[in-house]
Design a protein around this ligand. Structure first.
Ligand SMILES: Cc1cc2nc3c(=O)[nH]c(=O)nc-3n(C[C@H](O)[C@H](O)[C@H](O)COP(=O)(O)OP(=O)(O)OC[C@H]3O[C@@H](n4cnc5c(N)ncnc54)[C@H](O)[C@@H]3O)c2cc1C
Length: 496
């Protein structure tokens, strides 16, 4: 037996640092000592407000009280993302976290609907989706139903800075040690190249067996020290800048994110309890900083409450997310733009992966290889899903959208689009974060229309099919009237 890893050091106290510290300590408990080093002088990136449903598992594993979490992080509910002007100007669709209708074995609901649409029915997919119906009605409550088609999956919008603070409090309570200080030197073992300690400006030395690099884009350990290298995907996802600016809260908080496409990128609008988050993600090859600034500042729906902040980024990932005894988590591991709010999720899933593959001293290379293989697949699957939004568009009104339409996309995505176009079939790769329902909504929403439907959709008579659709619609619509408004829900629930 190899000797155990005794001490884990997390470098960085942003969202990824505190999620990593809290979750690793919670899972591994007294098996490890955990010390987190962060520098107040450097600070955090200070953006990242929208999440996806698996964050609820993270909070559950940590044992976090949902009402306290909503209060402390000024969170609101997110039922999906409304994509506006993406397919064409004036068009919009919701990528909801729910699933529309009711499927048959081997035959998704949209095949039945396609057949019905070829008869006399002119309804659309989203009319059978409870998330969509609640989002548009501005309603929400946690629904517990025995009927599997009555589900209302949700995530949150929150203030990421407050979430990091919340997790810091939590982590310190369960034994994480926090050290404030700027890392100036990193010591390596001359033989193995493994990191042995961090030397702080104060003169303090922090030693460890395993290092989690959560130091942000620059990757103090994974890149500046270990020179791991970066796979650049900016030919596929060409946006490389963001301008973020908070504005006053609106009277009514929408239970979804708004993603509004512009001439050279897109804008987010995220409602929080105390303010609105806004930002423009754009391609600097297609738009100057001044044009971008004018676009975002001219498109706020309430008064700005801080100066806009410009953030540069390069889309891609580290060649190895785990190198020697360093695991990069968060921005240090790579970056996929926030179109589908996946970065915080990537942190969560990297920590869970590390917990599964947690090594002994000496570090078995097969664990490292497996970790890196799984991480690469996860990044690539999300990348493909993001590229779909840009590539499958009818927009021709700017050089940016022309370039998006004509760019060469990964074969994996081209195959998915082709099979959907020809047959309406969707195949979820193993462990793909995005479900069939997500792929379906974005394909249809972006204007990828299947030519055919599954033969199983023909097993019912026309009358039976119409009756089934009517019933499903009724079941999906039934809860809406009984639900409180989103704001009412927040007001009452947060008092608990
Ligand atoms: C424009 C934009 C929008 C985004 N929107 C979303 C979103 O909607 N949803 C989502 O899930 N994600 C989003 N993200 C991503 C999200 O912001 C990040 O995933 C998240 O904040 C994690 O950042 P981090 O902790 O890795 O890095 P940072 O926040 O940069 O933290 C780095 C930490 O390392 C420390 N540090 C660095 N160098 C040193 C040193 N030498 N010594 C000591 N300490 C050091 C710093 O003090 C800091 O504590 C967005 C990102 C961008 C750029």
């Amino acid at each position: 037996m190899n000797s155990p890893i005794k001490k884990v050091v997390v470098l960085g106290g942003g969202t990824s640092g505190w999620i990593s510290a809290a979750l690793l300590k919670k899972i591994l408990g007294s098996a490890i000592q955990l010390e987190l080093v962060e520098s107040d002088a450097i600070g955090t990136i200070g953006v990242g407000e929208a999440t996806i449903p698996p964050i609820k598992h993270l909070n559950n594993v940590l044992g976090i009280n949902e009402a306290e979490f909503l209060r402390e992080t000024k969170a609101t509910i997110k039922l999906g993302i409304n994509f506006e002007n993406w397919k064409s100007q004036g068009h919009s669709y919701l990528h909801s976290f729910g699933a529309a209708g009711k499927s048959l074995a081997f035959c998704h609901f949209h095949h039945l609907l396609k057949r019905a649409n070829q008869l006399e029915d002119d309804s659309h997919l989203w009319q059978y989706d409870l998330n969509y119906l609640c989002a548009k009605a501005g309603k929400f409550a946690q629904i517990k139903s025995k009927d599997p088609i009555i589900e209302l999956p949700y995530a949150y919008h929150f203030d990421a800075g407050l979430y990091a603070k919340f997790l810091r409090k939590f982590s310190e309570k369960i034994g994480v040690i926090r050290t404030e200080g700027l890392v100036e030197h990193v010591e390596q073992c001359p033989n193995s190249g493994h990191i042995t300690s961090l030397k702080l400006k104060s003169g303090q030395t922090v030693t460890g067996d395993l290092f989690i690099d959560c130091s942000g884009f620059k990757g103090v350990l994974i890149q500046e020290k270990l020179r791991t290298g970066y796979e650049d995907w900016s030919h596929l996802l060409q946006c490389d800048r963001a301008i973020a600016v908070p504005s006053e809260r609106l009277e009514k908080t929408l239970p979804y994110t708004r993603s509004i496409a512009h001439a050279a990128g897109w804008q987010w609008r995220i409602p929080l309890q105390h303010r609105n988050g806004n930002g423009l993600v754009y391609s600097s090859s297609h738009c100057s900083e001044q044009q971008a600034m004018d676009t975002i500042m001219g498109n706020l729906d309430s008064k700005a409450i801080a100066d806009p902040k410009v953030i540069k980024f390069q889309t891609g990932r580290r060649y190895q997310q785990w190198n020697k005894n360093v695991i990069a988590i968060g921005l240090s591991s790579g970056f996929l733009e926030p179109l589908e709010s996946t970065s915080i999720h990537l942190v969560q899933s990297a920590v869970v992966r590390l917990a599964h593959l947690f090594p002994h001293q000496g570090i078995n290379s097969s664990l490292v290889d497996e970790f890196n293989k799984q991480s690469a697949t996860e990044f690539e699957q999300i990348r493909d899903f993001l590229v779909l939004h840009y590539h499958a568009t009818e927009r021709t009104d700017s050089d940016f959208w022309q370039d998006m339409r004509h760019m060469k996309i990964p074969d994996s995505l081209a195959h998915k689009i082709e099979i959907f176009k020809q047959s309406g079939r969707l195949f979820r790769e193993q462990n793909d974060l995005f479900t069939d329902s997500s792929w379906l909504q974005v394909m249809l929403g972006q204007g990828v229309v299947p030519q055919d439907y599954h033969p199983i959709a023909n097993i019912m008579s026309d009358e039976k099919l119409a009756e089934m659709l009517r019933k499903v619609k009724e079941i999906k619509q039934a809860p809406i009237d009984k639900l409180p408004s989103h704001d009412e829900f927040l007001r009452i629930f947060c008092q608990q």
